[in-house]
Design a protein around this ligand. Structure first.
Ligand SMILES: *Cc1c(COP(=O)(O)O)cnc(C)c1O
Length: 415
């Protein structure tokens, strides 16, 4: 059995698919230390640079001093502690929903939400490029699964049309994690209205970054990239054309539609750990009772909730951070225009450079590493076959000079 395992690993390695961890000897930041060497990093999801923010560290320390290290029990037993409760209320208010529920991780939030809302006899409709946690969630729910081509609303409409009985739940990344593009939320919502379906929007990469005060994708008025081509003035269209995004105007989007079940994570832009789901009260009550990944697990340390409460303040006041981030995105896209690898169409902090071949993506990542820069090569099965890429992520903690260094190194490697 052991040699079987080793054979599988060797096969992965031969295909350029072996995954290995790198141990950081520094806190998360654009400047990290690995194996004793300093690197400029474009790998993390710490989009606002809050993961090592002194105010969050202080809130975590004070939270631990007041509330202890561990919650000691599940929420439904006796582990639901004041900071958890206060955080749920503030998160719900921040994203404009009646109620919210904290989960330990985004992965668990998706598993629990889908499984609590649908089961045998129901149907889940899912974008083919959804995050692995949504894919696992729909399989675990035992509902019937219908997947539609990435952001293909015509196909989704047809699938909804064919489905005559049971509950219907459409699940989607709001910002696609490996592509950086936006789900067409207004169109998705319209289809859900028409076919009496719920819409679960996973905003792991939009919360804190998009929308007014960082309230996330439901408050974002940036049009999805495909639609810009229909004559949106001034904005970028397609690949490699320079500058684009700017801080966003207020949303015309019906953020308060009761059909929308909003999920976001707290370990990315929020800089801490955990996740939450915000929705109508009856949906949240249902999850408290039936979401197995909520009921059968220990509550997160209450000090984490203290740190997230502090993070919410910084996110709300973070317009300058977001403006800086959007400037960096525009600079990167301008600087990489015309490079031999295609920068995928994205207006967000996720800027994937499409390489295609697994080994070539690894080699490019390695070339950057030799130049003191870390960018992760993302390969199948995380992304479809033949679409291996460098997933460049920008953070408000990067300087313009950091971005210039990356642009310079990629131009060197292109030759
Ligand atoms: C990161 C991520 C998750 C998982 O969140 P964790 O808190 O890291 O478990 C879920 N959905 C999407 C789209 C993600 O990118």
């Amino acid at each position: 059995m052991f040699s079987d395992l080793q054979r599988d690993l060797n096969q992965c390695a031969a295909l350029g698919l072996l995954r290995q961890r790198r141990t950081l000897s520094s806190p998360q930041s654009p400047h990290i230390v690995v194996d004793g060497k300093h690197y400029l990093s474009f790998c993390s999801n710490d989009y606002l640079g809050l993961a090592n923010h002194p105010q969050l560290v202080a809130a975590l320390q004070q939270g631990a001093a007041q509330w202890g290290a561990g919650a000691g029990a599940a929420h439904l037993v006796c582990g639901h502690i004041e900071p958890h409760h206060r955080l749920e209320q503030e998160l719900a208010a921040f994203v404009g929903k009646p109620a919210a529920l904290l989960f330990s991780t985004g992965y668990m939030a998706n598993l629990g939400t889908v499984q609590a809302l649908v089961g045998k006899g129901d149907t889940v409709f899912a974008d083919k490029l959804n995050h692995a946690s949504l894919n696992d969630a729909m399989l675990l729910s035992r509902a019937e699964v219908k997947r539609y081509r990435h952001s293909d609303m015509a196909q989704l409409a047809a699938l909804l049309e064919q489905t005559k009985s049971g509950r219907k739940l459409v699940i989607t990344d709001a910002v696609f994690s490996m592509d950086g593009d936006l789900a067409p939320l207004p169109e998705l919502l319209a289809l859900c209205e028409q076919h009496d379906a719920w819409l679960l929007a996973d905003d792991a990469h939009g919360f804190g970054v998009l929308g007014e005060q960082g309230r996330g994708s439901l408050f974002n008025s940036m049009p999805p990239i495909g639609q810009k081509e229909k004559g949106e003035g001034g904005r970028e269209k397609g690949n490699n054309s320079a500058p684009s995004p700017s801080p966003l105007p207020p949303s015309p989007f019906p953020a308060d539609s009761p059909r929308i079940i909003y999920m976001a994570t707290l370990g990315k832009a929020a800089g801490v750990f955990g996740a939450f789901v915000a929705a109508e009260r009856v949906v949240i009550d249902t999850m408290v009772n039936h979401a197995r990944s909520y009921v059968y697990t220990t509550a997160t340390p209450p000090a984490l909730a203290c740190a997230v409460l502090e993070s919410l303040q910084l996110i709300g006041q973070g317009d300058a951070l977001r403006e800086h981030l959007y400037k960096l995105i525009a600079r990167l896209r301008g600087g990489l225009a015309g490079l031999r690898w295609e920068l995928m169409p994205s207006d967000t902090a996720i800027q994937p450079l499409l390489v295609g071949d697994n080994q070539a993506a690894l080699a490019l990542s390695e070339g950057l590493r030799e130049r003191g820069i870390r960018v992760a090569a993302i390969r199948p099965p995380t992304v479809p076959q033949g679409t291996a890429r460098l997933r460049i992520t920008l953070s408000a903690a990067h300087s313009e000079n950091d971005v210039e260094q990356l642009i310079g190194a990629l131009h060197e490697l292109a030759q």
